[in-house]
Design a protein around this ligand. Structure first.
Ligand code: ATP
Length: 297
């Protein structure tokens, strides 16, 4: 395992920010850490990276305990904190060389990282002359310099315009091909765009830890269908996998199925075989965004 979080609880004085949180992330996974404001995402990331101590529990990064073997653990971690603290008066390359010095990384590596994160066009500028998207690239470059196995990115896309957003998401996806990545966000679409697993946290507790397709697969399938004639409910109930059928009005029905199989062709054939015409047939499934809202409110 690249990251193992075992029964972490964190108190800030009386307030419990994390409540017995456990999860593990395998080498090479990109995991979205999703939750509303104040859920405990940043606190969890600060504990994983060793900047804050837990009140209870243990974290291992690349098998090193973050509290008892902090230096070894931190060698394996690249961290982009929430507000990406950069020295704004420094030139991009100067800043990265400064970081390279701290990690005892060669100048050569700095040039490679600049190319990797697409900073070449802006590398000659001062950091305070850069757009937010390019500042994020500088933060990412600094996090990647010592070639860590694990990347912890705290809301890396917050405040970016739509173009920069797509660029940074693609970059994270690209970097994630050979790193373990945990990144936080409160945007479900972002998780869908970048990763295949999501850990959902709310009020300090993990409320879901699933592959995205499992999350989707757990949902009932809901179809809204309109026929050209009024029919009896018991007639509709002969359709397989039907969980419930609600008559919205005269000839329109809301059908809920308990299967992942696409039921639209089945409903269409049912109508055809029984001399009915299908005037409308729409999938009404909740998207993951509304599922997230349901789980966290
Ligand atoms: N240093 C601190 N002292 C006291 N309370 C804190 C401290 N840092 C965080 N908290 C509290 O702990 C809870 C979790 O905060 P945290 O920043 O971890 O949430 P988050 O999920 O990262 O939120 P956001 O999405 O808004 O960044 C919040 O109620 C917050 O007010």
């Amino acid at each position: 395992m690249s990251i193992e979080v075992k029964n972490i609880t964190k108190f800030y004085e009386q307030q419990k920010a994390l409540d017995n949180v456990s999860f593990s992330i395998k080498k090479g996974e990109i995991v979205g850490f999703l939750g509303p404001n104040g859920a405990g995402k940043s606190t969890m990331m600060k504990i994983i990276t060793g900047f804050v101590n837990a009140s209870e529990g243990d974290v291992l990064v690349s098998n090193f305990n973050i509290e008892t073997t902090k230096i070894d653990a931190q060698k394996n971690i690249g961290y982009l904190p929430e507000h990406n603290p950069l020295y704004l008066e420094m030139y991009v390359k100067e800043y990265l060389l400064f970081n390279a010095g701290i990690h005892k990384v060669s100048k050569n590596e700095v040039d490679k990282i600049i190319v990797k994160v697409g900073l070449q066009p802006e590398a000659h500028k001062k950091i305070n002359q850069l757009s937010k998207g390019y500042r994020q690239r500088v933060g990412l470059a600094a996090a990647l310099l010592h070639n860590p196995e694990v990347l912890i990115l705290d809301e890396p896309t917050t405040g970016l315009d739509p173009n920069q957003l797509v660029e940074i998401r693609n970059l994270i996806k690209e970097i994630g091909k050979d790193k373990t990545v945990l990144f936080s966000t409160h945007i479900m679409q972002e998780v869908e765009a970048i990763c295949d697993r999501v850990i959902l946290i709310n009020k300090g507790k993990i409320i879901a830890d699933k592959k995205l397709n499992e999350l989707r697969g757990n949902q009932d399938q809901v179809l809204e269908v309109e026929f050209d004639f009024k029919i009896e409910k018991q007639f509709i109930e002969t359709i397989p996998y039907l969980k419930s059928a609600d008559n919205i009005h005269d000839t329109s029905w809301l059908l809920t199925f308990n299967t992942t199989k696409d039921m639209r062709p089945v409903v269409f054939d049912f109508a055809h075989d029984n001399g009915l015409k299908t005037l409308q047939l729409n999938a009404k499934n909740k998207n993951l965004e509304s599922l997230f809202r349901e789980l966290t409110t």
